[in-house]
Design a protein. Structure first.
Length: 154
């Protein structure tokens, strides 16, 4: 996987801006794997992404429910969480693949199921300064490329 871009996010508004940027370039069939520690903002990112696509659906954590489906004016967003899964086999059994070609798929703790997605965009979120709302997001891609602004390493 090659490093594509690093975004310093000063606050939630910056996270929302990144989500909107990705909303402009991602399309049906695309897969985003979200990585990063508990509470860093993976669910918050999906919420911002779904809103950026024009949906008013309420986004909640799928840690226990495993998969949520959100409708947006453009396409569906599948929101999954691999935290409690035993591995790729259990992940595939959830059945998201059956309609992923008509949707954008976003998976929290997605690094755990990267083997199921030879082509994906990886977003790695890290906490910034302790006590503030800053985050760093490293964007990586595997298997194909997207027209991301600010490419560091093609
Ligand atoms: N810049 C930021 N980006 C994202 N979330 C932020 C930011 N600043 C503060 N927050 C807050 O951090 C929290 C992130 O929680 P969230 O549930 O999205 O984390 P998560 O990574 O999905 O955790 P988990 O691993 O438990 O699923 C939210 O309460 C959100 O409001
Ligand atoms: Mg979460």
């Amino acid at each position: 996987m090659s490093a594509v871009d690093v975004r310093e996010l000063a606050d939630i508004a910056a996270l929302e801006g990144l989500a909107a940027d990705l909303g402009d370039i991602l399309g049906a069939g695309d897969v985003v794997l979200l990585e990063g520690p508990i509470g860093v903002g993976k669910t918050r990112f999906v919420s911002a992404f779904v809103a950026a696509l024009g949906s008013t659906d309420q986004v909640t954590s799928p840690t226990y429910t495993l998969m949520h489906v959100y409708e947006t004016p453009r396409l569906l967003v599948l929101h999954l969480d691999a935290y409690r899964l035993s591995g790729v086999e259990e992940y595939l059994d959830l059945g998201a693949g059956d309609f992923a070609h008509d949707a954008i798929t976003m998976v929290e703790w997605g690094d755990r199921v990267a083997g199921a997605h030879p082509e994906h965009l990886g977003l790695v979120l890290e906490f910034g300064q302790s006590g503030d709302n800053s985050r760093r997001c490293t964007i990586r891609r595997r298997g194909r490329s997207w027209p991301l602004p600010g490419v560091l390493a093609p």
